[in-house]
Design a protein around this ligand. Structure first.
Ligand code: ATP
Ligand code: MG
Length: 392
């Protein structure tokens, strides 16, 4: 058998033995064994052993279990917890079989009965202890790697489950929100087809208007879902181009004034100096459209809605403020998660996707979004976006 202890290398042994005669004997045995070079350090107390272990590395410990400052398995436990990677061979007296076996159970690699020690047996035991400890350590490391990779896999699994759950919720909401406008279209179209003669011209126009508006809802819903789906897969497109964001916001407000028929007072305020910078128009449009539509949707007619844009050195802050129904505080934190709506908005149509979408559009540009609101008083949404220029 090949020796685990290389003959050319020193094996450093810490012998903890209070019986000086025993210690001398072991010393002699090792000295006379020619195959290996052993370097034996002898101490008589456990305290001393711990001091030595702290100061220098050893390959193996020979531990007597009856010491003046510690006794029996306590000594072993202290040594094992102090130097967990070091192999320990326990020295026992005759008739101490039980103790010997227990010491192996509690972390010793081997035991030797003092009276029976001979050179070959001692060296074999030391070799065996060192080798066995090395294998145990390797196994423990492999085990640790395995545990880590299982933990990693588990957290990946949890992530996949979260996405699956999101998809399930997404699908059920999707079908639910699709059904309403679809029913409107089917019922109105059915009435126009089968009972056209019995309907007044006004009623017919109303039905056609309902069909168009339901169709528009469906198309908007589809756009939002495609957009969110893309961003969930990390695929939200980001295509910046040079643009003056102040002029862009002003233009958006002017368009809103036309499409909403001046039912609200739409105010535009800007502060600071704006020069051309890199902005993704598509993302900006999603942000402004959703925030302004919310402000309009959740505010009474005639109330004031303000879009404010402030230029600072490195950022642009956009705020949309309204005097609408506001949001009960317990809902505020959840509104950026898809399909979350506040209880005071139930009567007003919506899917709960807009703010989730806005958040993604803001984050893909490296910005931040926050919302403050007081129920019955109004809501302010603030978006801070970093200014990127061609040279950055
Ligand atoms: P949609 O997907 O059509 O935008 P939505 O407006 O319900 O539907 P979000 O824009 O995500 O969805 O808004 C989520 C919820 O936050 C709303 O349902 C509403 O309860 C609340 N909310 C958002 N903006 C306002 C606002 N300006 N004033 C009051 N409540 C608001
Ligand atoms: Mg909305």
């Amino acid at each position: 058998m090949r020796s685990a202890i290389k003959p050319e290398s020193d094996v450093k042994i810490l012998l903890v033995e209070d019986d000086l005669a025993e210690a001398r004997l072991l010393h002699e045995v090792l000295k006379n064994f020619h195959l290996n070079k052993f370097n034996l350090v002898h101490v008589t107390r456990l305290g001393e052993a711990l001091n030595h272990l702290e100061q220098a590395p050893f390959d193996v410990i020979l531990l007597d279990l009856t010491l003046p400052d510690s006794h029996g398995l306590d000594s072993l436990r202290t040594i094992v917890s102090f130097a967990p990677k070091l192999p320990v061979v326990v020295l026992t007296n005759t008739n101490d079989d039980k103790l010997a076996i227990e010491s192996v159970r509690q972390g010793a690699q081997d035991y030797l009965v003092k009276r029976n020690i001979n050179a070959e047996g001692l060296v074999r035991s030391l070799q065996y202890a060192i080798e066995r400890k090395r294998v145990t350590e390797t196994l423990m490391q492999a085990n640790e790697t395995l545990v880590n990779s299982i933990q990693e896999k588990n957290s990946q699994l949890a992530e996949v489950e979260k996405i699956n759950q999101f998809k399930t919720e997404f699908l059920s909401m999707f079908s639910h929100d699709f059904r309403n406008p679809l029913t409107t279209i089917l019922v109105s179209a059915g009435l126009l087809q089968e009972k056209k003669e019995q309907l007044t011209e006004e009623k017919q126009k109303l039905l056609l208007k309902q069909i168009r508006s339901a169709g528009k809802n469906l198309s908007q819903l589809l756009d939002e879902i495609i957009f969110i789906g893309r961003s969930d897969a990390g695929k939200l497109p980001y295509k910046p181009e040079l643009l003056n964001i102040q002029s862009y916001c002003q233009q958006v407000i002017e368009e809103f004034k036309i499409t909403t028929g001046n039912k609200h007072k739409l105010n535009f305020v800007s502060e600071g100096i704006f020069t051309d910078a890199l902005w993704d128009v598509n993302l900006l449009q999603h942000i402004l459209d959703n925030l302004l539509i919310n402000a309009i949707k959740y505010s009474p007619e005639g109330s004031l809605i303000e879009l404010k844009i402030i230029a600072q050195e490195n950022t642009v802050t956009l705020t949309v403020q309204d005097e609408g129904i506001g949001i009960p505080s317990e809902y505020i934190d959840r509104l950026f998660i898809p399909f979350n709506r506040a209880n005071n908005a139930r009567e007003i149509p919506g899917t709960g996707l807009g703010l989730a979408l806005v958040k993604r559009c803001v984050e893909v540009q490296g910005g931040e979004i926050s919302l403050t609101s007081k129920e019955g008083l109004g809501t302010t949404v603030k978006v801070v976006l970093p200014i990127l220029t061609d040279d950055k």
